[in-house]
Design a protein around this ligand. Structure first.
Ligand SMILES: [Zn+2]
Length: 163
C-alpha cells in the first residue's frame, strides 16, 4: 500500500506554508517606479487552503492591492504571499488579515486591501450542504481603509469582471 506515503507527500505540499516565511517573498523591492503612485492590484490569485476546524479544503480566489509609497514589489511575489499563508491550516478571516498585514509590514505602502472569495467544503460537502455558497472576506489597511476615494477605487477595480 503506497497510500500512506502518497498522503504524506500530498500533505507536505498542501501545508508547505509552515516551511517558509511569506515575509521573505516581499524582501526584494523595486524603487525605480517613475513616480507611479496609484493602486496596484493583482486579481484572481488562486486560493487553495484548509479550514482549521474540519481540515477540509476551501478553494477560491484572492484580490490583492496596495498603494505604493516609493517602491513596488514584483507582482508574482503577491501571489507567493497568498500561497504561503494559504498552505497552512486556516480560517479565511485570518488568512485575509495575515496577507494584508504582512504586505503592510514589509512593503510599507500607503495602504493595502485584500479580498478573498471562496467555497468551503466543510459547508458545501457536508453540514448544511450548500454547494455554490461562497464566503467573502476583506481586510483593508492605511489609505485603502481610511480614504473614501481610495477605498472606492479599490473595490471598483476588484469588481471589474475582466479588468
Ligand atoms: Zn470548516
Amino acid at each position: 500500500m503506497e497510500t500512506p506515503a502518497r498522503v504524506a507527500r500530498s500533505h507536505r505540499e498542501l501545508f508547505a506554508g509552515y516551511e517558509s516565511d511569506p515575509r521573505d517573498d516581499l524582501a526584494r523591492t523595486f524603487e525605480e517606479i517613475g513616480g507611479y503612485d496609484e493602486l496596484v492590484i493583482l486579481k484572481d490569485i488562486p486560493v487553495v487552503s484548509f479550514c482549521e476546524h474540519h481540515m477540509l479544503p476551501f478553494i477560491g480566489r484572492a484580490h490583492v492591492g496596495y498603494l505604493p509609497l516609493n517602491r513596488v514589489v514584483g507582482i508574482s511575489k503577491l501571489a507567493r504571499v497568498v500561497r504561503g499563508f494559504a498552505r497552512r491550516l486556516q480560517i479565511q478571516e485570518k488568512l485575509t488579515a495575515e496577507i494584508a498585514g504582512t504586505i503592510q509590514e514589509i512593503l510599507k505602502p500607503k495602504g493595502v486591501g485584500v479580498v478573498i472569495i471562496s467555497e468551503h467544503s466543510c459547508m458545501t460537502m457536508r453540514g448544511v450542504n450548500t454547494p455554490g455558497s461562497r464566503l467573502t472576506t476583506s481586510h483593508r489597511l492605511g489609505e485603502v481603509r481610511d480614504d473614501p476615494r481610495t477605498r472606492e477605487e479599490f473595490f471598483d477595480l476588484v469588481r471589474q469582471p475582466d479588468g
